[in-house]
Design a protein around this ligand. Structure first.
Ligand code: SDX
Length: 437
């Protein structure tokens, strides 16, 4: 039972409402407000800025200090000393794998990288210029049509094989989106390649030449997947938890996460950063765009800046910036014009009073797009790559919710619509004045 309590006195109530306070391992305490409903009250928190939706052991973020821990390990250490599949194991199972556990896990994932041949026919139903995220929403959700043998969310064996299948097949499906858009044949995964090497091979390889991937680029790709693996209760992860709370199968839940990630305020920001840098076009235009970003009447925002939680730096952005320098150095692109604009924009934003006051720093999306563009990945594929890396985080939270025991998520509201009214005959009605939708 909680030792600490909050006491809420409300005008008109004879007694204050006692609300238990719970403490986590680290981070803010939480006030359990469930008793309010019994007294006829809801809490009100649009955008869930102040709401802890669940208890979790997976990832911890301290936005003020720029801290990101996965199962207690700092993201900087994992980026430097681990790799994506080891981080997947950590997120799923709670601890780093032994050498044998690591090798077994890599082997399991490798054995699930192919997709059913029938999936290839799905892509032929899309226009060649369909947005890859539209294709991913469709084909990932459709995967549940291929695995009737393992959709029981209450069966641990079904949950873990679905996790393995999703982690393994996302790069294959992502590359298929790209190949479909350029009219090239789909490439099969190569079992002798690492996870990131395989993705780059399936993206850029062709049946006309031997598989060959630049190891520096492969390491950068692995790091991009790793830096996107999980991020606490962000919008897409919260969507996956909500979808999962209805008992939906894991493929449908991950498809809902992909759909949510697509938005430019979330995972779509990396694509929006590149579009913004291209729109700025030259360092001399930066000031004009910075002024637009500050103008309340202008919807323009500096994409890649700001974060709901990080009010200091995003530790992932720091690692991503270092990776960006490595990749552009390896490719001889240090003078990339977009990189020049990005670095100048970052410098201005970090010195500008508006951005300092509003604590708007570069986030994970600011540099990732520049790396991916340098690698030759088209802008509309950036969020697909974010989704590929984030799939393990979505699954880890979905699995945690199920094993913790859950109720269906069903928020309430503050209703400000019409009170009860009589139904008028059509002849007696005034014009509805629909206004703007
Ligand atoms: C991701 O949640 C996660 O963890 C997400 C993510 C993950 O790994 O899952 O980290 C990935 O989504 C990173 C964020 C990517 N999005 C962008 O880069 C898009 C640009 N950023 C903004 O849309 C915004 O900063 C958000 C959406 C990221 C955060 O918005 P908040 O926390 O709701 O903050 P806000 O919109 O209330 O802004 C606070 C103030 C506002 O001014 P005031 O109303 O107080 O006067 O800051 C301003 C905003 O106008 N502001 C910006 C700005 N971001 C916020 N002004 C100019 N440019 C910006 N980018």
């Amino acid at each position: 039972m909680s030792e600490k309590k909050a006491s809420l006195s409300i005008d008109g109530l004879d007694e204050a409402i006692e609300l238990p306070i719970y403490s986590g391992t680290i981070g803010p305490d939480v006030v359990d407000v469930q008793a309010l409903t019994r007294k006829g009250y809801f809490t009100y928190d649009p955008g869930f800025v102040s709401t802890a939706s669940c208890e979790s052991k997976i990832t911890y973020i301290d936005g003020g200090k720029g801290v990101l821990l996965h199962r207690g390990y700092p993201i900087e250490v994992l980026a430097e000393q681990s790799d994506y599949l080891e981080t997947c194991y950590l997120l799923l199972h709670g601890d780093l794998p032994s050498q044998k556990e690591y090798e077994d896990f890599v082997g399991i994932i490798r054995n699930h990288t192919m997709v059913a041949e029938a999936i290839a026919r799905f892509f032929r139903g899309f226009r060649y210029d369909s947005h890859p995220m539209a294709m991913m929403c469709g084909v990932v959700g459709a995967l549940s049509g291929f695995y009737h043998d393992s959709l029981d969310i209450n069966d641990a064996d079904h949950r873990i094989i679905s996790a393995h299948r999703l982690i393994a097949k996302m790069p294959t499906l992502a590359a298929m989106c790209y190949k479909h858009s350029v009219g090239q044949p789909f490439m099969y995964p190569q079992n002798h390649m690492s996870y990131a090497e395989n993705f780059l091979h399936m993206m850029f390889g062709t049946p006309c030449e031997e598989p060959k991937v630049n190891p520096v680029i492969a390491r950068a790709m692995d790091k991009i997947f790793l830096l996107h693996a999980d991020h606490e209760q962000n919008a897409s992860t919260s969507t996956v938890r909500l979808a999962g709370s209805s008992g939906a199968n894991p493929f449908a839940c991950i498809a809902s996460g992909i759909a949510t990630l697509w938005g430019p305020a979330h995972g779509g920001a990396n694509e929006a950063v590149l579009n913004m840098l291209a729109e700025i076009g030259d360092v001399k235009n930066i000031d004009k765009f910075v002024e637009r970003a500050k103008d309340k009447n202008d919807p323009f925002r500096l994409m890649g800046f700001g974060h709901r939680v990080y009010k200091n730096f995003d530790p992932r952005a720091k690692v991503m910036k270092q990776t960006c320098d490595e990749v552009l150095g390896e490719l001889g692109l240090e003078d990339d014009p977009l990189l020049k604009i990005a670095k100048r924009l970052e410098q201005i934003a970090l010195e500008d009073e508006y951005f300092i006051a509003k604590k708007l720093y570069p986030n994970v999306d600011f540099y990732s797009g520049i790396i991916m563009k340098a690698i030759g990945i088209p802008t509309d594929m950036f969020t697909v790559i974010f989704a590929t890396g984030r799939t393990v985080g979505w699954i880890a939270h979905w699995h945690e919710m199920i094993t913790q025991g859950f109720k269906i998520g069903r928020p309430r509201q503050l209703y400000t619509g019409s009170p009860l009214r009589d139904f008028p005959t059509r002849a007696t009605r005034k014009p509805a004045n629909p206004g703007s939708f």
